[in-house]
Design a protein around this ligand. Structure first.
Ligand code: PHE
Length: 441
């Protein structure tokens, strides 16, 4: 309800996050509901009996001492400089827009990814590698695998040219690759390690042999992690007596090419989950400019960023991302420090879909779906399971666009009454009309 009060924050007001007050300006769009989540204690990834924390520790176990140091960074407020500029995000990158990112003010955001801390960690690194875990924030779609706050873990591993004889770097990295645990899962990886247009080698800085070696180390390390996660997930689901999963198809995992402003070449890993390819992580060979600007001129290496919720959903069989924020003891009491067990749904309450249709009055003025999402989220909070565009057309004469969204209302904890849903839906309609440039149909 508070969203648009803070969204249209009056000049020289302030927002307080984690006990610190920040001045607002015309960029401010962080609603109080999100600040509430940012301030929630204990943090899910530090709460030892919470699935997000158990997942974090499982991954840290694969990327542990002495090679890697494991960090956590509780304060989510970072500068635009650290979140975007340092990482080479072009000025017009969509990630920078207010439709995608929560701005505290024009110079300050709620971090959208853990990569916001890369440069600083490269600068201060006193081990070969590190991981860092944190809560991250994005204005995004509403469905079972997207929530405006989620958790990421970033990993990085560097090698120093100066610590091996000249020309021997690739060989040294391959030695480390050989030392990694092997696995027997077939991972689809149809693309070349680098490709001149689609996924370029940083040829100014890296030889093809060096990039091949770094890529092999990165891929083998992450495949090892995924294999471990999937086998623990399967074991948990067999223990829970889930027949479908004990009979299920072999695990399907694939590498695809990707783009990030701060790595090249770049990739993503996807696994086949509940009938769809689910993206688990992004990674790549760190841009040398970034390393050079972070006092690591003689180093080369990789970085990855993993979505902890996605991994936890696989591990614990958690079907809806909203559950991670549930304070219902029927959810929380199911999980225990360092144990991977399958979630037992306490009950499934009925879903209630409702449509809202409207004309976009001035399409050219810039309509963004994420603004619809934010309004729905603001009114309905965790009572919204999913929001989808179900119909769209352009009027042949006026050129106006008509959109119809289906909002699925469903509580994870109880049955909603018709009256309550009608009331929420009416408020969504009013707010869409009041706050956006649309005319309800
Ligand atoms: N920060 C990226 C994201 O959030 C993931 C990533 C991390 C990609 C590190 C490459 C290297 O999508």
């Amino acid at each position: 309800m508070e969203l648009f009060k803070s969204y249209r924050a009056p000049k020289d007001s302030k927002v307080t996050i984690g006990g610190t007050a920040y001045p607002t300006d015309e960029w401010t769009n962080v609603p109080s509901s999100i600040i509430g989540l940012a301030d929630r204690k204990p943090r899910l990834y530090l709460d030892s009996n919470h699935p997000i924390c158990i997942t974090r520790k499982l991954i840290e176990g694969q990327f542990g001492a002495p090679e890697y140091k494991n960090h956590q960074i509780p304060n989510p407020v970072v500068s635009v400089h650290d979140n975007f500029d340092v990482l080479g995000f072009p000025p017009d990158h969509v990630g920078r827009s207010r439709t995608d990112t929560y701005y505290v003010n024009k110079d300050t955001v709620l971090r959208t990814h853990t990569s916001a801390h890369q440069a600083q960690h490269f600068r201060e690194m006193d081990s070969d590698g590190y991981t860092l875990s944190a809560d991250v924030y994005r204005r995004d779609a509403i469905d079972r695998s997207h929530y405006p706050v989620f958790h990421q873990m970033e990993g990085a591993r560097l090698w120093d040219r100066n610590s091996v004889p000249q020309g021997k770097l690739a060989e040294a990295i391959w030695k480390d690759v050989e030392a990694l645990p092997k696995h027997d899962i077939k991972v689809e990886d149809p693309n070349p390690t680098f490709h001149p247009e689609r996924n370029p080698l940083q040829s100014e800085f890296h030889s093809p042999e060096e990039a091949e070696a770094v890529a092999a180390h990165l891929k083998r390390s992450l495949e090892g992690l995924i294999v471990q996660v999937m086998s623990k997930a399967r074991q948990a689901s067999i223990e829970a007596g889930d027949q479908a999963s004990s009979d299920s198809q072999p695990l399907q995992v694939r590498w695809i090419e990707a783009y990030f402003p701060f790595t090249s070449p770049s990739w993503e890993i996807e696994v086949f989950w509940q009938g769809d390819w689910l993206e688990l992580l992004g990674c790549g060979i760190v841009k040398q400019d970034l390393l050079n600007n972070s006092s690591c001129t003689s180093k080369i290496g990789w970085a990855w960023g993993i979505g902890l919720e996605r991994i936890a959903m696989l591990l614990f069989g958690i079907p809806d991302i909203r559950l991670f924020w549930s304070q219902d003891p029927r959810f929380l009491s199911q999980f225990h420090h360092s144990r991977i067990n399958h979630f037992r749904p306490f009950s499934k309450y009925p879903a209630c879909p409702k449509d809202v249709a409207f004309w976009v009055k001035h399409p050219a003025k810039g309509f963004h779906e994420n603004d619809v999402m934010e309004i729905v989220r603001d009114v309905g909070g965790d009572l919204i399971e999913d929001v989808k565009l179900v119909d769209e057309f352009t009027h042949p004469k006026t050129g106006r666009r008509s959109l119809c969204y289906r909002i699925v209302y469903r509580s994870l904890e109880r049955t909603l009454t018709n009256m309550e849903i009608n009331e929420l839906h009416e408020r969504v309609r009013e707010k869409l009309e009041g706050e956006m440039d649309v005319e309800l149909r």
